[in-house]
Ligand binder design. Structure first.
Ligand SMILES: Nc1ncnc2c1ncn2[C@@H]1O[C@H](COP(=O)(O)OP(=O)(O)O)[C@@H](O)[C@H]1O
Ligand SMILES: [Mg+2]
Length: 286
């Protein structure tokens, strides 16, 4: 088995020329991406940028028709089960069952993800504790608030102790306090385990605050890549070089995005302020 050797010498995620087409729509158009082990990497972009499609390819839920995707050195095409064992996934759409209690939801994932039977009960409690849901764990998920449902979904993904946690719009539709709560729990688990986090979001402020590195995605490709501060300072320098005022405030990540995506952003379905795809988590569970 080459698994250990493969795990050691590779990035958490490598995409090379990843392309995915729905009929006429090129959802992902030659995506190149590397996520280092232990990083919190943010894939940012407006609705329709191709984030979810790229994520689905990385999780092996979609086949990779063109290009290559590796997770800790394992090819998603040839080594699907090895990849699945290494990752936890919180999809954009609801993944908790409203008719089960919080604890039952997490236990279900523990079984599906093959957590050894003897460890299951302890691991379920650990995951619930990690997201601060121990007290509410006996209640039906249908009684949870939007933020609690999102934390439950996080516990479901964490119960298999993944080395790579993938979250698709984890805070969409949540109020600012619930958003902070979700991020604090992600960060605490990451600090405790060294797990790698790949997250998509269209909240630029969150990415700026919580991501080590971001890739700005537009039209199926990464248009800018770096740490949030690198990207912001880079734009500041370009503006000064073009004759902008020397004392202008540091541009935001949203400014950077507007620059790299250009006017094309406005042609998209609303850009990243669009909230039509908001999950409305609480409503849908109820
Ligand atoms: N199942 C699908 N069938 C047809 N087109 C799709 C499907 N899923 C996504 N698309 C299209 O692919 C593009 C990228 O979508 P998606 O990956 O969901 O972007 P994002 O997650 O960044 O909003 C969009 O133009 C979208 O309309
Ligand atoms: Mg999406």
């Amino acid at each position: 088995m080459t698994r250990d050797a493969a795990d050691e010498q590779h990035d958490a995620v490598t995409c090379t020329g990843l392309t995915y087409t729905f009929g006429e729509t090129k959802a992902v158009a030659g995506l190149d991406l590397s996520v280092g082990e232990g990083e919190v990497f943010g894939l940012l972009g407006p609705n329709g940028a191709g984030k979810t499609t790229a994520i689905r390819c990385i999780t092996t839920l979609l086949p990779v028709p063109a290009g290559m995707v590796h997770v800790f050195g394992h090819d998603t095409a040839g080594d699907r089960m090895a990849v699945r064992r290494l990752l936890g996934y919180v999809p954009q759409q609801l993944s908790a069952d409203a008719g089960l209690t919080g604890r039952e939801n997490v236990a279900l994932f523990a079984r599906v993800f093959d957590v050894p039977r003897r460890e299951r009960a302890a691991r379920v409690e650990q995951a619930l504790t990690a997201v601060d849901l121990t007290e509410a764990a006996g209640r039906l998920a249908s009684t949870y608030s939007g933020g609690m449902v999102r934390r439950l979904e996080l516990a479901q993904a964490l119960v298999s102790a993944p080395r790579l946690l993938i979250l698709d719009e984890p805070t969409i539709g949540l109020d600012p306090i619930a958003r902070t709560g979700v991020w604090e729990h992600i960060n605490a688990v990451r600090a405790a385990t060294g797990m790698t986090v790949l997250v998509t979001t269209h909240y630029m402020d969150e990415a700026d605050q919580y991501c080590d590195r971001v890739g700005l995605m537009h039209g199926g490709r990464i248009r800018a890549l770096g740490t949030p501060i690198q990207l912001r300072e880079g734009l500041g320098e370009r503006r000064r070089a073009e004759g902008g005022p020397a004392d202008a405030p540091l541009p935001t990540l949203e400014d950077v995005f507007r620059e790299v995506a250009g006017s094309g952003l406005d042609d998209q379905s609303g850009g990243f302020r669009d909230v039509r795809s908001t999950r409305r988590t609480a409503n849908r569970v109820g």
